[in-house]
Design a protein around this ligand. Sequence first.
Ligand code: DC
Length: 210
Amino acid sequence: MSVIAIDGPAGSGKTTVARALADRLGLEYLDTGAMYRAVAFAVLRRGVDPDESEQVARVAASMELTLDGGYCLVDGVDATVDIRGSEVTRVVSIVSAIPGVRTEMVYRQRAWVAARGGGVIEGRDIGSVVFPDADAKVYLTASADVRARRRSDQDDAGDVEAVAADIRRRDEADSDRRASPLVRADGAVEIDTTTLGVDETVDRILGLLG
Ligand code: DC
């Protein structure tokens, strides 16, 4: 079983790098951020208050979630576009800080990997909590400016200033929460992608695998 854990803040290049790496290795790729976004989507759709932790955890446990080929289905509804929208982005930090939500998602992530015999998994707590014994652990970073520019290009999420403010807010929420905060995991290799291209980053990671 080959498991590669890619963690880092929003806009550090995780998704692009993890996808390219999975392609090169012939492994499947799992975007765990999309899973937390899907929970936020289900919470909004069911009219649950995101601050009601127990109810939110029940939504996470009962929702049907399929992530496949870039599509996201939540309870049979195509949420691919909506999980990237501003409404979901606004509540995803609240939802992902709830311990019961994280327990459920970690369980699903491990089951996903076990069913496929490995994979490239990206998120915030993959090397620290979900797969501490991963074959390679990478922590991607990039300057705040570059991260904001990437996110605003990628999500069509508005002007760079607004995206930068949103990233700052989520960085703080993701790093300061008590349940599985964003940290560089023990044994993770940090790669700064501010001036690195995707191929160079992927080559460095492949170099770690020997
Ligand atoms: O990677 P992203 O921006 O799509 O992630 C959305 C949110 O989900 C992010 O603000 C933090 C949360 N998240 C998390 O708490 N743990 C993960 N493994 C992945 C994402």
